[in-house]
Design a protein around this ligand. Structure first.
Ligand code: NCD
Length: 301
């Protein structure tokens, strides 16, 4: 493995190795006075973000720093991209400065793959269009493993705007590869048309799909990717597909509530549900650092 572009291309063994190393990373730094390992001392990780991000960018930065790498943050909004520089020329510039790894988020599906043609170092996909977001799926799988004991045999409902969600796509491939049953729930307008060959069940009625679920993953409605109206109103969406207290009570007692962030409280998830002990949202963020440490470590050493 030289790059991490999608979860679809990972073998089950590779995915399990990443999750095992994730656990080792968590154990190696948790509770330590200086939560840092020397593994990537002298190496440079560039964060190349062409789309907004809070968690993913800071998480990759934290992960790289905890492995003692140097981190360069490139934000497209303040770069020569605004002067018309192409992705290729941006990549060649980073290559000329000797980046050991480039973490890229880009609105175009396939941009990370293109980058591998111009960069000698490792390319890590931090989200490309609606296509893939592999480290998010890996941190979700790790969170399930921790909270539910395993991924194998567990039932996961991914709810909401599947159509525009790279998180959903990466989770479909990863979780099914690890032996989970994956159920997609959402309005027909927000389910992709090409679901035919995906290893999933599809359900339109949220209430009817809750009783046997071990983990429910709520997705944000990604209005920035919508160029048409996909549902009548926000209230109507929340009524049909929002996770509120009433629906929380329909889930088995052991079921966990996941969300990749950023949340729209009151829309796909009620504020009280997001803050309830059933929710793993902040744990997912913490686990994201361990997962990214594991991936950087495996690709760069
Ligand atoms: C997601 C993304 O950017 O794909 N956020 C994240 O990385 N945790 C989901 C979203 O934007 O809704």
């Amino acid at each position: 493995m030289k790059h991490l572009l999608t979860t679809k291309e990972l073998t089950r063994d590779e995915a399990e190795l990443i999750l095992d190393v994730t656990e080792q990373m968590a154990e190696a730094v948790t509770g330590r006075e200086v939560p840092k390992l020397p593994a990537l001392r002298g190496r440079t990780v560039v964060n190349l973000f062409f789309e907004d991000s809070t968690r993913t960018r800071t998480s990759f930065e934290t992960a790289a720093k905890r492995l003692s790498a140097d981190v360069v943050n490139f934000a497209a909004k303040t770069s020569s991209v605004n002067k018309g520089e192409s992705l290729r020329d941006t990549a060649l510039t980073l290559q000329a400065m000797g980046a050991d790894a480039v973490v890229i988020r880009h609105p175009a599906a396939g941009a990370p793959q293109r980058l591998t043609e111009w960069i000698d170092g490792a390319v890590l996909n931090a989200g490309d269009g609606t296509h893939a977001h592999p480290t998010q799926a890996l941190l979700d799988a790790y969170t399930m493993k921790q909270r539910l004991g395993a991924v194998e045999g567990r039932t996961v409902a991914i709810v909401g705007d599947i159509l525009h969600s790279r998180v959903a796509r990466s989770n479909v491939w990863l979780l099914s590869k690890l032996g989970a049953n994956v159920r997609l729930v959402g309005p027909p307008t927000l389910l992709p048309k090409d679901i035919g060959d995906w290893p999933v069940e599809v359900e339109y009625d949220l209430d009817a799909s809750l009783k046997d679920v071990d983990a429910i993953m709520m997705l944000r409605v990604q209005r920035e990717r919508m160029h048409a109206a996909f549902f009548p109103t926000a209230n109507e969406y929340a009524r049909l597909y929002g996770l509120d207290e009433r629906r929380l009570a329909l889930l088995p007692d052991h079921a966990i509530v996941m969300h990749p962030g950023p949340m729209n409280r009151g829309m796909e998830i009620a504020a009280t549900v997001a803050d309830s002990p059933r929710a793993t949202i902040t744990e997912q963020v913490t686990n994201g650092v361990w997962v990214r440490m594991a991936v950087l470590y495996l690709l760069l050493t």
